[in-house]
Design a protein around this ligand. Structure first.
Ligand SMILES: Nc1ncnc2c1ncn2[C@@H]1O[C@H](COP(=O)(O)OP(=O)(O)OP(=O)(O)O)[C@@H](O)[C@H]1O
Ligand SMILES: [Mg+2]
Length: 253
Protein backbone atom coordinates (compact mmCIF):
# COMPACT_ATOMS: atom_id res chain seq x y z
CA UNK A 1 0.00 0.00 0.00
CA UNK A 2 1.21 3.48 -0.88
CA UNK A 3 -0.40 6.63 0.45
CA UNK A 4 -0.46 9.99 -1.31
CA UNK A 5 -1.58 13.40 0.01
CA UNK A 6 -2.83 15.81 -2.62
CA UNK A 7 -1.78 19.15 -1.17
CA UNK A 8 -1.73 22.83 -1.93
CA UNK A 9 -2.41 25.49 0.73
CA UNK A 10 -4.31 27.53 -1.82
CA UNK A 11 -8.04 26.97 -2.22
CA UNK A 12 -9.73 26.01 -5.47
CA UNK A 13 -6.65 24.70 -7.29
CA UNK A 14 -8.22 21.32 -8.10
CA UNK A 15 -7.15 19.15 -5.14
CA UNK A 16 -10.51 17.45 -4.68
CA UNK A 17 -11.21 17.10 -8.41
CA UNK A 18 -7.79 15.49 -8.76
CA UNK A 19 -8.11 13.18 -5.74
CA UNK A 20 -11.45 11.79 -6.93
CA UNK A 21 -10.51 11.49 -10.58
CA UNK A 22 -7.00 10.10 -10.10
CA UNK A 23 -8.35 7.63 -7.52
CA UNK A 24 -11.04 6.48 -9.97
CA UNK A 25 -8.45 6.04 -12.75
CA UNK A 26 -6.10 4.05 -10.50
CA UNK A 27 -9.08 1.94 -9.39
CA UNK A 28 -10.18 1.40 -13.00
CA UNK A 29 -6.64 0.16 -13.78
CA UNK A 30 -7.22 -2.65 -11.28
CA UNK A 31 -5.58 -1.05 -8.24
CA UNK A 32 -7.95 -1.02 -5.29
CA UNK A 33 -7.97 2.54 -4.01
CA UNK A 34 -9.23 4.33 -0.90
CA UNK A 35 -9.99 8.04 -0.74
CA UNK A 36 -9.60 9.45 2.78
CA UNK A 37 -11.39 12.79 2.95
CA UNK A 38 -9.58 15.05 5.42
CA UNK A 39 -11.33 18.22 4.33
CA UNK A 40 -14.27 19.33 6.53
CA UNK A 41 -15.85 20.72 3.34
CA UNK A 42 -16.30 17.03 2.45
CA UNK A 43 -16.27 17.72 -1.30
CA UNK A 44 -14.54 14.43 -2.15
CA UNK A 45 -17.14 12.51 -0.11
CA UNK A 46 -19.95 14.39 -1.87
CA UNK A 47 -18.33 13.79 -5.28
CA UNK A 48 -18.28 10.05 -4.54
CA UNK A 49 -21.94 10.02 -3.44
CA UNK A 50 -21.18 9.80 0.28
CA UNK A 51 -22.46 13.07 1.63
CA UNK A 52 -23.68 12.91 5.23
CA UNK A 53 -26.68 15.04 4.17
CA UNK A 54 -27.72 12.70 1.39
CA UNK A 55 -26.97 9.31 2.93
CA UNK A 56 -26.60 7.86 6.39
CA UNK A 57 -22.82 7.48 6.52
CA UNK A 58 -20.42 7.48 9.43
CA UNK A 59 -17.40 9.71 8.94
CA UNK A 60 -13.88 10.35 10.13
CA UNK A 61 -15.50 12.40 12.91
CA UNK A 62 -17.38 9.33 14.16
CA UNK A 63 -14.19 7.26 13.94
CA UNK A 64 -12.47 9.75 16.28
CA UNK A 65 -15.43 10.16 18.65
CA UNK A 66 -15.75 6.41 18.96
CA UNK A 67 -12.13 6.03 20.04
CA UNK A 68 -10.42 5.21 16.71
CA UNK A 69 -11.33 1.53 16.62
CA UNK A 70 -11.96 -0.62 13.53
CA UNK A 71 -11.31 1.92 10.81
CA UNK A 72 -12.85 -0.51 8.29
CA UNK A 73 -16.30 0.23 9.82
CA UNK A 74 -16.04 3.81 8.54
CA UNK A 75 -14.95 2.93 5.01
CA UNK A 76 -17.60 2.66 2.28
CA UNK A 77 -17.49 1.01 -1.10
CA UNK A 78 -18.49 3.57 -3.72
CA UNK A 79 -20.57 2.76 -6.81
CA UNK A 80 -17.33 2.68 -8.79
CA UNK A 81 -15.12 -0.32 -9.36
CA UNK A 82 -12.30 -0.86 -6.80
CA UNK A 83 -12.95 2.52 -5.19
CA UNK A 84 -13.74 3.10 -1.50
CA UNK A 85 -13.98 6.22 0.66
CA UNK A 86 -13.63 7.23 4.29
CA UNK A 87 -15.92 10.28 4.30
CA UNK A 88 -15.62 13.62 6.07
CA UNK A 89 -18.20 16.09 7.39
CA UNK A 90 -18.23 19.80 8.29
CA UNK A 91 -18.07 19.34 12.07
CA UNK A 92 -14.60 17.82 11.64
CA UNK A 93 -13.11 21.33 11.51
CA UNK A 94 -13.74 22.57 15.08
CA UNK A 95 -13.96 19.14 16.47
CA UNK A 96 -10.55 17.86 15.37
CA UNK A 97 -8.57 20.68 17.01
CA UNK A 98 -10.66 20.55 20.17
CA UNK A 99 -10.05 16.84 20.52
CA UNK A 100 -6.32 17.26 19.85
CA UNK A 101 -6.08 19.69 22.77
CA UNK A 102 -7.71 17.14 25.04
CA UNK A 103 -5.33 14.31 24.36
CA UNK A 104 -1.60 14.12 25.02
CA UNK A 105 0.09 12.77 21.98
CA UNK A 106 0.06 12.71 18.25
CA UNK A 107 -2.55 12.76 15.54
CA UNK A 108 -5.81 10.84 15.39
CA UNK A 109 -5.13 9.10 12.13
CA UNK A 110 -2.04 6.94 12.49
CA UNK A 111 0.01 5.06 9.94
CA UNK A 112 -0.66 1.82 11.79
CA UNK A 113 -4.42 2.32 11.52
CA UNK A 114 -4.39 2.71 7.73
CA UNK A 115 -5.84 -0.39 6.08
CA UNK A 116 -3.18 -2.29 4.15
CA UNK A 117 -5.53 -4.05 1.74
CA UNK A 118 -5.54 -1.19 -0.76
CA UNK A 119 -2.90 -0.53 -3.38
CA UNK A 120 -3.37 3.22 -2.96
CA UNK A 121 -4.72 5.58 -0.34
CA UNK A 122 -5.30 9.15 -1.52
CA UNK A 123 -5.87 11.89 1.05
CA UNK A 124 -7.83 14.99 0.11
CA UNK A 125 -6.60 17.92 2.21
CA UNK A 126 -8.14 21.25 3.25
CA UNK A 127 -6.82 24.54 1.80
CA UNK A 128 -4.71 25.39 4.84
CA UNK A 129 -1.80 23.87 6.73
CA UNK A 130 -3.83 23.09 9.85
CA UNK A 131 -3.76 19.92 11.89
CA UNK A 132 -5.77 17.88 9.35
CA UNK A 133 -3.29 18.52 6.54
CA UNK A 134 -0.40 17.93 8.95
CA UNK A 135 -1.95 14.64 10.04
CA UNK A 136 -2.03 13.43 6.43
CA UNK A 137 1.55 14.58 5.76
CA UNK A 138 2.78 12.94 8.97
CA UNK A 139 1.62 9.47 7.90
CA UNK A 140 1.81 9.48 4.08
CA UNK A 141 4.46 8.13 1.72
CA UNK A 142 4.08 10.84 -0.92
CA UNK A 143 2.81 14.33 -1.51
CA UNK A 144 1.36 15.24 -4.91
CA UNK A 145 0.99 18.94 -5.72
CA UNK A 146 -1.53 20.40 -8.17
CA UNK A 147 -0.60 23.89 -9.39
CA UNK A 148 -2.80 26.42 -11.18
CA UNK A 149 -1.10 27.82 -14.27
CA UNK A 150 -1.40 31.44 -13.10
CA UNK A 151 1.39 33.76 -11.90
CA UNK A 152 -0.12 34.23 -8.43
CA UNK A 153 -0.17 30.48 -7.93
CA UNK A 154 3.65 30.43 -7.84
CA UNK A 155 3.84 32.53 -4.64
CA UNK A 156 1.38 30.25 -2.87
CA UNK A 157 3.33 27.24 -4.04
CA UNK A 158 6.47 28.44 -2.25
CA UNK A 159 4.56 28.50 1.06
CA UNK A 160 3.28 24.97 0.48
CA UNK A 161 6.81 23.76 -0.27
CA UNK A 162 8.19 25.41 2.88
CA UNK A 163 5.57 23.56 4.94
CA UNK A 164 6.39 20.25 3.25
CA UNK A 165 10.10 20.76 3.97
CA UNK A 166 9.30 21.44 7.62
CA UNK A 167 7.21 18.29 7.84
CA UNK A 168 10.06 16.30 6.29
CA UNK A 169 12.45 17.67 8.92
CA UNK A 170 10.23 17.28 11.95
CA UNK A 171 7.35 14.86 11.44
CA UNK A 172 7.96 12.48 8.57
CA UNK A 173 11.49 12.17 7.17
CA UNK A 174 10.28 9.46 4.76
CA UNK A 175 7.78 11.76 3.05
CA UNK A 176 8.67 12.16 -0.64
CA UNK A 177 7.41 14.63 -3.21
CA UNK A 178 5.79 12.51 -5.92
CA UNK A 179 5.58 15.47 -8.26
CA UNK A 180 3.75 18.53 -9.51
CA UNK A 181 1.09 18.80 -12.18
CA UNK A 182 -0.69 21.71 -13.82
CA UNK A 183 -4.43 22.12 -13.29
CA UNK A 184 -7.07 24.22 -15.04
CA UNK A 185 -4.51 24.73 -17.80
CA UNK A 186 -5.86 27.05 -20.48
CA UNK A 187 -3.92 26.20 -23.64
CA UNK A 188 -5.15 29.33 -25.40
CA UNK A 189 -3.44 31.81 -23.07
CA UNK A 190 0.13 33.03 -23.05
CA UNK A 191 0.22 33.21 -19.23
CA UNK A 192 -0.71 29.52 -18.87
CA UNK A 193 2.05 28.52 -21.29
CA UNK A 194 4.59 30.77 -19.53
CA UNK A 195 3.74 29.41 -16.10
CA UNK A 196 3.85 25.80 -17.33
CA UNK A 197 7.29 26.44 -18.86
CA UNK A 198 8.45 28.01 -15.59
CA UNK A 199 7.22 24.95 -13.66
CA UNK A 200 8.93 22.56 -16.08
CA UNK A 201 12.23 24.48 -15.80
CA UNK A 202 11.99 24.64 -12.02
CA UNK A 203 10.86 21.10 -11.22
CA UNK A 204 12.29 19.22 -14.23
CA UNK A 205 11.58 15.49 -13.94
CA UNK A 206 9.33 16.10 -10.92
CA UNK A 207 6.85 17.90 -13.18
CA UNK A 208 4.29 15.50 -14.62
CA UNK A 209 4.05 15.63 -18.41
CA UNK A 210 0.24 15.68 -18.51
CA UNK A 211 -1.35 19.05 -17.67
CA UNK A 212 -5.04 18.93 -16.74
CA UNK A 213 -6.82 21.42 -18.99
CA UNK A 214 -9.90 23.44 -18.17
CA UNK A 215 -12.83 21.17 -18.94
CA UNK A 216 -16.44 21.88 -17.99
CA UNK A 217 -17.17 18.13 -18.12
CA UNK A 218 -15.23 17.87 -14.83
CA UNK A 219 -17.73 20.22 -13.18
CA UNK A 220 -20.63 18.26 -14.70
CA UNK A 221 -19.12 15.04 -13.34
CA UNK A 222 -19.03 16.57 -9.84
CA UNK A 223 -22.70 17.61 -10.21
CA UNK A 224 -23.53 14.03 -11.23
CA UNK A 225 -21.56 12.69 -8.21
CA UNK A 226 -19.35 10.60 -10.48
CA UNK A 227 -15.67 10.55 -11.44
CA UNK A 228 -15.31 11.79 -15.01
CA UNK A 229 -14.12 8.43 -16.39
CA UNK A 230 -17.51 7.03 -15.38
CA UNK A 231 -19.64 10.06 -16.34
CA UNK A 232 -18.03 11.07 -19.64
CA UNK A 233 -15.16 8.73 -20.49
CA UNK A 234 -14.61 10.34 -23.90
CA UNK A 235 -14.08 13.84 -22.42
CA UNK A 236 -10.65 15.38 -22.62
CA UNK A 237 -10.60 15.71 -18.82
CA UNK A 238 -11.13 11.95 -18.47
CA UNK A 239 -8.32 11.17 -20.87
CA UNK A 240 -5.95 13.60 -19.18
CA UNK A 241 -6.63 12.21 -15.70
CA UNK A 242 -6.13 8.69 -17.06
CA UNK A 243 -2.81 9.74 -18.65
CA UNK A 244 -1.66 11.44 -15.44
CA UNK A 245 -2.59 8.34 -13.44
CA UNK A 246 -0.47 6.21 -15.77
CA UNK A 247 2.47 8.50 -15.05
CA UNK A 248 1.80 8.08 -11.33
CA UNK A 249 1.62 4.30 -11.68
CA UNK A 250 5.02 4.26 -13.37
CA UNK A 251 6.56 6.14 -10.43
CA UNK A 252 4.82 4.30 -7.58
CA UNK A 253 5.23 0.61 -8.12
N1 LIG B 1 -9.67 21.13 -14.87
C1 LIG B 1 -10.76 21.79 -14.49
N2 LIG B 1 -11.55 22.41 -15.41
C2 LIG B 1 -12.65 23.09 -15.02
N3 LIG B 1 -13.05 23.22 -13.75
C3 LIG B 1 -12.31 22.63 -12.79
C4 LIG B 1 -11.13 21.88 -13.10
N4 LIG B 1 -10.59 21.43 -11.95
C5 LIG B 1 -11.39 21.86 -10.96
N5 LIG B 1 -12.42 22.57 -11.46
C6 LIG B 1 -13.49 23.23 -10.70
O1 LIG B 1 -12.87 24.27 -9.92
C7 LIG B 1 -13.43 24.32 -8.61
C8 LIG B 1 -12.34 24.06 -7.58
O2 LIG B 1 -11.85 22.73 -7.75
P1 LIG B 1 -11.60 21.76 -6.50
O3 LIG B 1 -12.77 21.79 -5.60
O4 LIG B 1 -11.15 20.48 -7.02
O5 LIG B 1 -10.40 22.56 -5.83
P2 LIG B 1 -9.78 22.36 -4.36
O6 LIG B 1 -8.35 22.69 -4.47
O7 LIG B 1 -10.14 21.04 -3.83
O8 LIG B 1 -10.58 23.48 -3.56
P3 LIG B 1 -10.61 23.65 -1.94
O9 LIG B 1 -9.25 24.17 -1.60
O10 LIG B 1 -11.69 24.66 -1.72
O11 LIG B 1 -10.88 22.31 -1.36
C9 LIG B 1 -14.54 23.28 -8.59
O12 LIG B 1 -15.75 23.90 -8.89
C10 LIG B 1 -14.15 22.31 -9.71
O13 LIG B 1 -15.27 21.66 -10.27
MG1 LIG C 1 -11.11 20.51 -2.04
Amino acid sequence: MKSIVVLNNKGGVGKTTSVVNIAACLAQSGKSTLVVDLDPAASASIHLGLSKDESDVSTLCDYIVNGQKNIQDYIYKTNFINLSCLPSEPSLSEFYDEMLLEQDAGFFLTKEALPQDYKFILFDSPPNMGSLALNALAIADYVLIPVLTQYLALTGLELTLKSVAKVQRRLNPDLKILGYFATQYDRRTRVAKDVLKHLEDRFKKDMFKTPIGINSKLIEAFDARKPIIHKTPSARGAQEYMQLSKEILKLVK
